[in-house]
Design a protein around this ligand. Sequence first.
Ligand code: OGA
Ligand code: MN
Length: 295
Amino acid sequence: MQPESSRAAKEPRVSILPAQRAFGAEIRGVDLREIDTQDFSAIYRAWLDHSVLLFRRQNLTDDDLIAFSKRFGGLDWAPIQESGRRFVEGHPEIYVVSNVMNNGEPIGSLGSGEATWHTDMSYLQDPPKASILCALEVPPSGGNTYFCNMYQAYESLPEELKRRVDGLALKHDGTFNSGGYVRQGVTPSDDPVTSPGTFHPLVCTHPETRRCMLYLGRRRNAYIGGLSLADSEALLDQLWSYATREDLAWHNQWRVGDLVLWDNQCTMHRRDPFDAGSRRVMHRTQIKGESRPVA
Ligand code: OGA
Ligand code: MN
């Protein structure tokens, strides 16, 4: 008889603590710089099952973060920052979210105000499938990040509303980021009908879990193709009320060293404002996505 490998005989290192809600989990027992393929497949499965994963006490360098992120697939380059700067020198994959100023210029994006509910980079034809955000410096209070679950949003719609959204396409705005800043190279516009953006099906199937989800992206300048603006606004307001219920959201009160990995296809997130006089520095990567089939 073959002797069992010592690794297989051990307790699995990855322990998964699901949140007391429909989604979200904390993963314990791993140092993300040292995971093997067995650990990674447990993490990948947990990411599909729970949509948002929190790992504490990681303290990854940018190179460590990029190496871990690449296990999930190719990386998108970070969006151009509000300052017009493209990216962190030498690391085009890293997006800096920060209010810290250096020589009068912000080192990152989104300032210290609220970041409204959104999905990352849904103005692209193929938005990232996942994002990974690491806390390098956090303010003493505020700046918490909330996630909502778009499977749950779809499932909670009344049957009549499910029928109504079936087959519709939604334009995801390319004008403003979630902090309300105008994206580089775009002429600001507040007309949802004509503003630049990308249409995606309002109801999609997750390419891996095959579950149906509502795909809302962001509210500002959103427009449902083929409807009058008034009808589009009314229907969107109704759909958003099912998606962003604070009582169903999962949130993280950040500690230095926290890493949060989310499924950017079936969740949205928002951030609380924080005191502009305190420092918050976060580094993010974004993993390339594929087209989501229409449900
Ligand atoms: C992001 C984002 C919010 C935050 O990194 O995509 O929206 O809490 N961040 O910093
Ligand atoms: Mn975001």
